[in-house]
Write a protein of this length. Structure first.
Length: 568
């Protein structure tokens, strides 16, 4: 029994020892975990220098974009269709630099596809000139002059009061003129005014509403925004969709340019203009017949009748562009009498004519009809209506041959120019452009003139000669060295004239001799105590009239001499 008990005790003891071992191991692990978790990391320098997982791997687009490229992308503009297309060009340039990277080739294909389709449409926002309704009505009102009331009475050689024998004929013409002028003015303020207002409003409404153009502009804008957002083109750009938008915009613009968007109002207005011209012609002829009426006296002796020949003495404007308004302004007609006399009609009032077709290009004949001394005459001339051309520009650049630079001047190609010392007159459009010659400065030199070549062998044309500019040109500034000039004042006042273009080395005058000292002044500014000969450089004094003063001293007495110094 005792033996068995001992064996049982030993078994219990072994189990306890094993349990203690397990508990010790667990406690050791917990303590080690808790202790190491609270400690500072060992060898922090080595930990910081460990290679991050991505280092050593090749960068991929858009990480390969440079800072300058990102800045260029950030600055892309899309305020207009033209701005967006210019941004397309910049995007394509940037993507071309990365086209070997994925997926840049896909983006490049998308952006080129959109750009090519839109550019092929040659689209731009269409505008039209505003119709000045009030001005047109005012012009129409002034087109027919007032009817003069001529006296049908005269005093004969005896001083007796008489009535012209054709007074009744005049009265009839005078009443006819008044009625036709009132009918014309009534039409101006009613039918014509109404048709003109309707047409002007329809024209404005048509050109202010271009939804198809706006659609393609917004499509292109969204494309630029898509790329600016994350340097990628995430959207799907369907070729058929782009083409449909472009075709719709072209159709819309064709409709505007052909006038179909407002054709009904235009037709009514054109018909009103035709009727207005008819009434105007009738009124002018009637007024002219009344105002130019020739009275006949009862006892007037028969005189040889003078006949007249009408001819164009001064032509009005003879060159127009398609769509411009024809005008007789400036027309002068010469009436040559069979008796050698000549008379001139400067006013277009009283003239009637058929309005030439200004909607197509070509040579148009204009025949003028008018009454002169109660007789109907005709005269004719030709006008040229030219197709509207897109204006091209060339530029005039400057080589100043000094430190001051001048900006190039853009000029319409084909314009006639007249060159002056410091500016250009555009004879074609009346504009004037300054060279900025007055800004040029060069030490010890004075500006001479401009030339067409750097060897200074081809001068600019004379002021009165026209120069037709067809391409870019460069003007070269020629300078002349500035020489000093010597001035010696005489003992009496005398003007001294110096020309800057001369190499003046000695303007000599007889000087006061035997003085003890000399002092020179220009415009009260002292030049220092120098001898009686004064040397002045051109660049030290401006052009114009200056007061030159010499003060000399001798034996305690002061003597002064003055002269006007004229620098040209």
């Amino acid at each position: 029994m005792i033996e068995n008990h001992s064996s049982h005790h030993r078994n219990r003891s072994g189990v306890w020892n094993f349990s203690k071992t397990i508990i010790a191991v667990v406690l050791s692990l917990l303590f080690a975990f808790f202790f190491t978790g609270c400690q500072e990391p060992q060898n922090p320098v080595n930990q910081e220098n460990e290679t991050p997982p991505h280092v050593g791997q090749e960068k991929q687009y858009p990480e390969t974009l440079t800072e300058q490229e990102k800045a260029d992308i950030k600055g892309l503009s899309f305020s207009s269709l033209e701005d967006s297309l210019e941004s397309f060009n910049k995007i394509i340039t940037i993507l071309e630099a990365h086209k070997g990277e994925e997926p840049v080739s896909t983006y490049l294909s998308k952006i080129k596809n959109v750009s090519e389709k839109v550019k092929a449409g040659n689209l731009k926002f269409l505008t039209t000139e505003t119709v000045d309704v009030n001005a047109l009505i005012q012009t129409a009102e002034n087109n027919v002059e007032a009817v003069e009331y001529l006296s049908v009475n005269y005093t004969d050689e005896n001083g007796d009061f008489q009535i012209y024998k054709n007074a009744e004929e005049y009265n009839a013409k005078q009443r006819d003129a008044v009625n036709k002028r009132e009918a014309y003015l009534d039409y101006v303020h009613n039918e014509y005014s109404s048709a003109l207002n309707s047409y002007a409003n329809a024209l404005t409404a048509a050109y202010n509403n271009q939804p198809a153009y706006d659609a393609i502009k917004n499509y292109v804008k969204r494309t630029v925004e898509d790329f600016k957002d994350n340097y990628k083109l995430d959207n799907n750009y369907n070729t058929a969709e782009i083409q449909n938008l472009v075709d719709a915009a072209k159709k819309e613009q064709s409709k505007l340019q052909n006038g179909s968007a407002y054709s009904d109002k235009k037709t009514v207005f054109e018909n009103a203009k035709t009727e207005l011209k008819r009434l105007e012609s009738e009124a002018k002829q009637a007024v002219a017949a009344a105002n130019n009426f020739v009275f006949e006296k009862e006892d007037e002796e028969e005189q040889e009748e003078v006949t007249y020949q009408a001819s164009i003495f001064i032509s009005p404007q003879t060159q127009y562009k398609v769509g411009e308004t024809f005008s007789l302004s400036g027309l002068c007609i010469q009436m040559s009498g069979s008796d050698g006399s000549a008379d001139y009609i400067y006013s277009e009032i009283g003239f009637s004519y058929d309005m030439p077709d200004m909607s197509t290009a070509g040579i148009k004949e204009v025949e003028i009809k008018f009454y002169y001394k109660g007789v109907l005459y005709t005269a004719s001339f030709s006008i040229e209506v030219r197709a509207v051309e897109i204006e091209e520009f060339v530029k005039i650049s400057f080589v100043t041959n000094c430190d001051v630079k001048l900006e190039p001047i853009p000029i319409s190609k084909g314009h006639n120019l007249r060159f002056y010392d410091s500016y250009i007159d555009d004879v074609t459009d009346g504009n004037q452009y300054s060279f900025g010659t007055e800004k040029l400065k060069k030490e010890n030199y004075v500006f001479s003139e401009w030339f067409f070549d750097e060897k200074f062998s081809i001068p600019l044309p004379a002021n009165y000669d026209n120069y037709r500019i067809e391409q870019d040109i460069t003007l070269y500034a020629k300078w002349q060295p500035v020489s000093s000039f010597k001035i010696v004042i005489e003992e009496y006042d005398k003007d001294i004239v110096v020309n800057r273009t001369e190499s003046a080395t000695g303007i000599s005058f007889i000087a006061p001799d035997d003085y003890d000292s000399y002092a020179w002044f220009i415009d009260s500014i002292p030049l220092g105590n120098i001898d009686k000969s004064c040397f002045i450089k051109f660049d030290e004094i401006t052009s114009g009239i200056h007061e030159l003063l010499l003060i000399a001293r001798k034996d305690g007495h002061t003597y002064s001499y003055r002269a006007s110094l004229i620098i040209q």
